[in-house]
Write a protein that binds this ligand. Structure first.
Ligand code: NAD
Ligand code: UDP
Length: 310
């Protein structure tokens, strides 16, 4: 049995990760300040004696002895990370320092939940890990993008300077049950709008693309990455390489929910990446990983979840 710390464990991905780690017989400590996470996401785990929840903000140091650390704490949706941008960048940067200091001190492996946002609005398509990205350093998304880029820098410097055993994964748009209904992300927005009979809001032309990964696939990738040998640091892209336009997604959600909602076009979001799709050759080669859940199948489960909570 391993002792594993999950920061951001009450969030969308963190709660799925805690559940999976507990199922595999580990002891799990979930650290969260509940900024975007919720007790509802982890309530089903509370009776498990090997699960412990601690309210803590990772911008402050924290001490515990564990074997592994998954660092997920950070608001991930544009609405949430732009609500208090200084806290967002602080969470990424100071949070990374605090968790890396801890990993160094206790000799634990540490995985960083980085993001495809490190590629910004990319000039290279699809995006391989070697691409350095095109990020506006002073725009409204910078608190998140640059925070995550700086966190990656810190991870690699702690690895080079202090020999910390690091694993960095770059997550591309992931969706599923436990997404926050008001987080403004495209899948949750479209499903909630469709189920409530409200207009489906496309920002911009709807021709911009994203590739959507179902949460269970992503968690499998996390676990495989954490369990690679010490020589594997990443960064490794984790995401679904099947690319959709936002308009295609809107039409699919309307069809699957049988909704009478209409599509309306609104102003494009600032610095909105126009194309995004991962190259996952590294994940395939190093982890033997690729997504298995098709968009339609994942959307079915996500729609069911939202029907239950709305
Ligand atoms: P989420 O907002 O649901 O989860 C983040 C969790 O971190 C929440 O529970 C929140 O309360 C907690 N948190 C935020 N700031 C904190 C702080 N200072 N101290 C302690 N806890 C704090 O988001 P998510 O989608 O589950 O994302 C998890 C991680 O994965 C994030 O680091 C995010 O950047 C990364 N990621 C997610 C996606 C995606 O598509 N879901 C894509 C790329 C990267
Ligand atoms: N988007 C949209 N309508 C919405 C929410 C998002 O058209 O109600 C668009 C958004 O402008 C972007 C894409 O969908 O082009 C994905 O947005 P999301 O916030 O989910 O993720 P990110 O931009 O961080 O990839």
């Amino acid at each position: 049995m391993k002792k594993i710390l999950v920061t951001g464990g009450a969030g969308f991905l963190g709660s799925h990760l805690c559940e999976r780690l507990l199922k595999e017989g580990n002891e799990v400590i979930c650290l969260d300040n509940y900024f975007t996470g919720s007790k509802r996401n982890i309530v089903s785990l509370m009776n498990n004696p090997y699960f412990e929840v601690i309210r803590h903000d990772i911008t402050q140091p924290f001490y515990i002895v564990v074997d592994q650390i998954y660092n997920l704490a950070c608001p991930a949706s544009p609405i949430h990370y732009q609500y208090d941008p200084i806290q967002t960048i602080n969470t990424s940067v100071m949070g990374a320092v605090n968790m890396l200091e801890l990993a160094h001190r206790i000799n634990a492996k540490i995985l960083q939940a980085s993001t495809s946002e490190v590629y910004g609005d990319p000039f290279v398509h699809p995006q391989p890990e070697e691409y350095w990205g095109n990020v506006n350093p002073i725009g409204v998304r910078s608190c998140y993008d640059e925070g995550k880029r700086c966190a990656e820098t810190l991870f690699f410097d702690y690895h080079r300077q202090n020999n910390v055993d690091i694993k960095v994964v770059r997550i591309f748009n992931t969706y599923g049950p436990h997404m926050h209904p008001n987080d403004g992300r495209v899948i949750s927005n479209f499903i909630v709008q469709a189920l409530q009979g409200k207009d489906i809001t496309i920002y911009g032309t709807g021709e911009q693309t994203r590739s959507f990964c179902y949460c269970d696939d992503l968690i499998e990738g996390f676990i495989r990455m954490m369990n690679t040998d010490d020589s594997v640091t990443g960064p490794v892209n984790l995401g679904n390489p099947k690319e959709f336009t936002i308009k295609q997604l809107a039409e699919l959600v309307i069809e699957m929910t049988g909704s009478k909602s209409k599509i309306v076009y609104q102003e494009a979001a600032q610095d909105d990446p126009q194309q995004r799709k991962p190259v996952i050759d590294k994940a395939k080669a190093l982890l033997g990983w690729e997504p298995t859940v098709q968009l339609r199948e994942g959307l079915e489960k996500t729609i069911e979840y939202f029907k239950g909570i709305l």
